[in-house]
Ligand binder design. Sequence first.
Ligand code: GLC
Length: 436
Amino acid sequence: MKKWKLAWNAALTIFAVFAITVMVPITGCTKKEEDETRTVIRFVTWKPNQPEVWEEIFRRFEAEHPDIRVVREVGPHSTTAFHDLLTQKLKNRSPDVDVFFMDVIWPPEFASAGWALPLDERFPHSEQEKFLSGAILANSYKGRIYGVPLFVGSGMLYYRKDLLKRYGFTPPDTWQEMVEQAWKIVSEEGKQRELYGFSGQFKQYEGLVCDMMEYILSNQGSILNPKTGGSEIAKPAAVGAVRFVRDSIIGAIAPKGVLTYQEPESIALFIQGKAVFHRNWPYAWEMSNNPKRSKIVGKVGITKLPHFPGGTSHATLGGWQLGISKYSQNKKAAWTFVRFLTSKKIQKCLALKAGLAPTRKALYEDHEIIKAHPQFWDMKEVFLTAYPRPRTPLYPALSNVLQHYFHKVISDPNSDIEKEAFAASQEIDRILQLAQ
Ligand code: GLC
């Protein structure tokens, strides 16, 4: 009897060990098998402004494509920092990247480095024609296409409708008018509360190049000469525009702190009701009118950016595309995902819920979108004519010089702008010669 009991106990122990060492892996195995039947694609993305909208989109994708699982790697919000993370992975031919977001300035670089997969067969001309031509051009390099545009951006001027009205102003046409209106409103209103005249993006990063280019172009200057391709930043028109920003914007109508602002900090000031004017991309409209975040719902106007006397308004072309890594092992599933995200229905959802400006032309005629976001219709011209940053594979190097130059001269009220512009200009010409 005792022997039998011992044998029984031993049998129980053996079963328990078996259960732990074999059955757990079996359960694990079942899970693993389930995963293995799905294709996993890795998507390198950034932290979105409206996470709930993106969550909904990912849920919709997985419901429609139960055979594909999307694993997201969320990079930094700043395009400059995001570029560093993504290019490091692509340089290492990392298998951790199938699909990635590309800023509108990157396709030439990603194409010439061989990181982005050419998409011509999947994204033929007949499909490309349905998208805004500026966005298609930005994704093309040496006759091939490397990205599918998801949403576009262009710089716009947001303003406090209520405050301008209170002082009898209409939205300013020139930068000088904007500055005068800002001083007047702040000198009166600012007696009771914290209020600044302007907020924009002036930290040393890519956004600074976007903002500064708008001042320069609207003073009849340019970054590069459209014909010769040489640097124009030391020319009087460009230098004059930069001087205006240093003397009349930074630490004047805008707080000195804007020198550390990217998009999130600059819009935070505006939606807290602490700035009269604000420069930002189209999505700022939704954020300014979102009661969960903004204190100025219904008080916001939107218009073209001002210009200098004799010049015309110019907006920098921004926006994001989806690319597929040349080293992806799952190109078919990656394309299914890209096609889904850039489809009409998802672009419509992003326009309606996140205020992102579509790249598909048809959506600018969509009644539901126009009703919810009449500014897309009103500002259509600005989207269509937004000005691209220089299109070269060496853009990151060029931008680096510009960021450094702009930030240095606008941070120091005594800076020698001509001298710094000349040095930066020479540096840019030297970089561009490398490309020839
Ligand atoms: C926005 C634009 C992008 C630009 C960036 C600068 O994300 O879409 O093109 O480079 O802002 O901060």
